[in-house]
Each structure stands twice: as C-alpha cells, then as structure tokens.
Write a protein that binds this ligand. Structure first.
Ligand code: FES
Ligand code: FE2
Length: 347
C-alpha cells in the first residue's frame, strides 16, 4: 500500500493504480459514482420537464426539473428490466417513458403505467419508483452524486469565498467533448500542475504568468492561481483560477469567463472530458478564439497524457519523486486516492 508522506518526501502514485481492473472497478463504484461532480449547466434544465441524461461512474442518470421547479435526479435505469427511461436530453417532457417496454414514470419517479401487466400477481405499481440520487444547483451549474460520501457543502467549502459573486452574470454558451486514451487519473494529474506548461504548452505559458503560479490545497479541492499577463490577446488582464474538486470536476475561472470540465472514465485506459463554456455578455465575443485556443491546449495535453499512460503501463516504471514547488496539487489528489484505496483494502 502506498503511504501518505509529506510532499518533501513524496513520490507519485504507484503505476498499478492506472492499469488494474479491480482498482478501476472500485473507482467507478466508490469514487466516481459517489463524488459530487458537475453534470450540466443549469440552463439545460431550467424549464418544467427539462431532462438531461448523463453518467456517474458506470451509472446512467437523469436530472430533471419538475413542473413545480424542483430539481430531481434518478438512476436512468428502469426497475422492470434495466431499460433507459430517457435516451437523450429533452425539453418540456410531461413524463418519462422507458424505451424498452413503455413503462411510464412521473417526474417524481413514480411508476404511473405498465402495459400488459394485469395478470402479474401481487404487482403493485404504487410500490415501484425510480431510484433517486442527490442533485444540487450552484452558481449556474448542476451537480450530482449517487450514494454516500461527504456532503456538498463540505466538498465545496471555501470556494465561494474565493470566487465571490463573479459567476452570477455568466451565461452558458456551449459544450465540447474530448476523448483521451489515458486513465482518468492521468488527465487529472496533468491538470493539477503547471510544471509542464513551459514544455507542453508554450502558447499558454505566454498568456499566464507561470513564474507566479501558486497552488493551495483544501480538504477536497486544490487551486492553482496565476495573474494573467497576456501578450497573446486571448485573455483579459486579471487572475486565472484553476480548481480541481475531487474526484473529477474542474472549474477554470478567468475574468468574465468560466469553463467547467468533468472527466468521465470510459475504460481503464480511456476517458472523455466534458467542457462547458460560460461568458459574461461583454466577453462572449471571445468564444470562437477561446475554443480554438482550448482545442490547441487540449490536443497538447492529449498527446502528453497518452504518452504517460504508455509509460505507466509499461511494467518498468517506478514512481518518481514529486516537486514540492510545483506538484502539491498532484500530491493532494493522489493522497485522497490513497485514502480511498486504504478503505478498499480494508473491505
Ligand atoms: S425495461 Fe423499462 S419497460 Fe421494460
Ligand atoms: Fe496541460
């Protein structure tokens, strides 16, 4: 078992955690399903009957807005024979109807009709509901988790004080998905340090002041912050805040803009990153340029992460020492994982 050590003595996580099927299974069930994460902009479920379909770990979920304006979340798994009660995002639905055999549910998840079940003995539709999950709305974003774990306020504790009320006027403007052939943690590890910036992202290094990059860690999140001193014209002057909220949500906050990312594992050695873009109205004109820039940075990260995945799974790599100056975010994230793996080993 990897030990938790002070950063001055710490090494990276053992490579077996990036390739073992049992670890991956544990992570999807007990870390990625149960951890609070951003699943959508609130604008996508703003009206009565609006639905989004997503995945938490391996669990398909839906989040919806009832006609009374209440946000609810359920497993997107029909209690009959596991069909999907919604197949895609939709606006203004009146009910949920399973795509497999047509059982229908109201927005409280209660079964309301089940065709051709009259002859089934002791079949009580009133006792059949979709399984509900926890959902929250926060600063224009929708968060969800299924199962037990730290409560929402504990997870985001302290973030509100740092970001203030500046996100209030941001408007959701679109999403992009990126696929990367690496374990989900390789992507997170890479996000968590600016150490690689001068080597992997020479363009980004011109825009953010790498020399003043500071990392702070809290219980369930870490933050890299840097003043923006942009010669490229891509960013307005101000400060860049990069949060990773354990396990798999990132908030990238820049003056007048926010980009949220969520890492969704799609296999032991693959993941998908959801990007949602938000702008203040006066900054919205930057969107096209931003997306071009983000595509470039993303491609640079994809290439390096895919190389790292190969190195980690080569069978010959041994964990290397971390830089106390530059990798405290990686150390913090990997320590949260080490604690989770300890729980796994104790089961
Ligand atoms: S699985 Fe949903 S109606 Fe059969
Ligand atoms: Fe990067």
């Amino acid at each position: 078992m990897d030990e938790i050590k002070p950063i001055t003595q710490a090494s990276a996580l053992d490579p077996r955690y990036y390739s073992c099927a049992d670890i991956y299974d544990y992570e999807t069930r007990h870390i990625l399903t149960t951890g609070w994460q951003i699943v959508s902009p609130a604008a996508q479920v703003s009206g009565a009957g609006d639905i989004i379909t997503r995945q938490l770990g391996n669990v398909p979920i839906i989040v919806l807005r009832t006609k009374d304006g209440v946000l609810k979340g359920f497993y997107n798994i029909c209690p009959h024979r596991a069909g999907p009660v919604a197949q895609c995002d939709a606006r203004g639905t009146k009910r949920l109807r399973c795509a497999y055999h047509g059982w229908a549910y109201d927005h409280d998840g209660q079964l309301t009709s089940a065709p051709e079940m009259q002859a089934a003995e002791n079949f009580d539709p009133g006792a059949i509901q979709l399984t509900s999950i926890d959902v929250r709305e926060w600063n224009g974003t929708i968060w969800a988790r299924a199962g037990n774990g730290p409560d929402f306020n504990t997870v985001i504790d302290g973030i509100g004080d740092i970001i203030g009320s500046g996100l209030g006027n941001l408007i959701y403007s679109g999403s992009i998905l990126y696929d990367v052939a690496c374990n989900w943690k390789v992507y997170a590890d890479n996000y968590l340090e600016g150490y690689h910036l001068p080597f992997v992202h020479p363009g980004l290094t011109q825009a953010v002041d790498y020399s003043t990059y500071k990392t702070q860690t809290h219980k369930y999140w870490s933050l890299q912050r840097s003043p923006i001193d942009d010669d490229t014209g891509a960013y307005a002057a101000g400060e860049a805040l990069y949060f990773l909220i354990y396990p798999n949500t990132m908030l990238n906050i820049l003056p007048g803009r926010m980009q949220t990312n969520r890492i969704i594992p799609t296999g032991i050695d693959s993941c998908r990153i959801e990007f949602d873009f938000y702008y203040a109205p006066e900054e919205a004109y930057r969107k096209e340029q931003d997306i071009k820039f983000s595509d470039k940075v993303q491609e640079e990260d994809r290439i390096i992460c895919e190389h790292v995945q190969k190195g980690l799974t080569s069978g010959v790599y041994k964990p290397g020492r971390l830089s106390p100056a530059r990798e405290s975010g990686v150390w913090h994230f990997q320590n949260l994982l080490r604690s989770a793996y300890k729980t796994m080993a104790a089961k």
